[in-house]
Design a protein around this ligand. Sequence first.
Ligand code: ZN
Length: 501
Amino acid sequence: MTADKGIEELRRRLGEIADLHAAEHVLQWDQEVNMPPKGAEARGQQLATVSSLAHRLFTAPEIGDLLNTLRDAGDLSDDDRLLVEETLYDYNRAIRLPESFVHRFAGATSAAYEAWTRARKESRFAAFLPHLETLVQLLREKAELLGHEGSPYNALLEDYERGMTAEQLRPLFAELAAAQSALVARIMDSPRQPDVSWLHQNWFKKPQWELCLRVAADLGYDLEAGRQDESAHPFTTTFDLRDVRITTRIDRNDLFSALMSSIHECGHALYEQGFQEKDRRTPLADAPSLGMHESQSRMWENIIGRSRPFWEHYTPVLRKYFPGQLDRQTPEDLYRAVNHVSPSLIRVEADECTYNLHVILRFELEVDMIEGRLAPADLPEAWNAKMKRYLGVDVPDDARGCLQDIHWSHGAMGYFPTYTLGNLYAAQLFDKIIEELSGLWDDVERGRFGTLLDWLRENIHAHGRRKHAAALVADVTGREPEAGPYLRYLTAKYSDLYGLN
Ligand code: ZN
């Protein structure tokens, strides 16, 4: 077979697999958005069938032969060579886990998820503990099957943040934790706390819904190639770059929760809508890592959506959506309210200033469990001690402590750090952006986001997964990922808000 014919054959096979994954995403989206409760059992079977079909097609020996032949072919274009290398990377990782292991792991996670749901409801860690012990054991086995240098945690991290290691994250996160927790303590001591009592009003659902759509469209989200629906947990899903969907959740008691979560999901969706046509139905139409994906959602949500110029523009807009409810509030009042810092127990409700601390404690605990320094039985005690140390809060029960997140029950360890890496990448990239787009804040104040989106399209989105996250950051900013830009951003913003000097 000539190299040309080989590439054609590879693209044909990858296209079929991409279609199956898209079908899986449609089934999942429907499950979260539309499905009646009694459909759950059949949906579980349908999803299992489609995903194992995709896995079987992808791990077929013919794909391996084709990829290995193409890897050695001399006359490939740069893009084709990259497609072969990236697919080979995925393939080699996929075949390292034997069917029997995948089967055991799936059984253990589905039992763990069931147990976790009950354990959280009853706040009874003991009910989850045996499952957590099994999962940690299986994850250590998985790390050995996949292979790793340094910590076994690295093999797990690789699934979410390729190329990153526990050895790199430890000092980076330790620096962040120390600085952020000191900043939070100073904020709590500041006499300049915002008055947020006016937020206690009934914010009707319909205007909230319409406002979310209006802002999404303003940011550049193409609603002819996407849509917004409601779900219990907001998410973004992609069937194709011309069909990228977001969901949100509306709370009548909370003016900001739906809006800020829509902006966040929009950041993810703008990324997915920005991949290149030629990468459709191939593994290249993807972000290089979850951290890079999160850098986009967090840049739009926090750096832009929680900025003073943003609220200069949108305060009059909000007054139209909620007539009579915001007459006495200034843009500064809304800006201060949306950035209100308050150390709390729950990660998903955390403000920008405390968020990383929630993540870092989870990272430290999961590394300790995987490396065997922390027995799962001692998790609640270790969790509560870290919450006290980093956030100064006392954890009243495990439901609001170590049982609050779904991740571990799914056997996902190595996922949490990507949230914080997203914050770091976003701030580091944004330093560069503001250097190149000096008029950006004036644009934001006028509700114009096109220059920012164009910059992101060209410098981030269009690359798909052609470069690893750290390399992409380094290419754009001239430096490896670091904590400095984020800490400078956070300290400047909150010192101003809370009158710290
Ligand atoms: Zn996100």
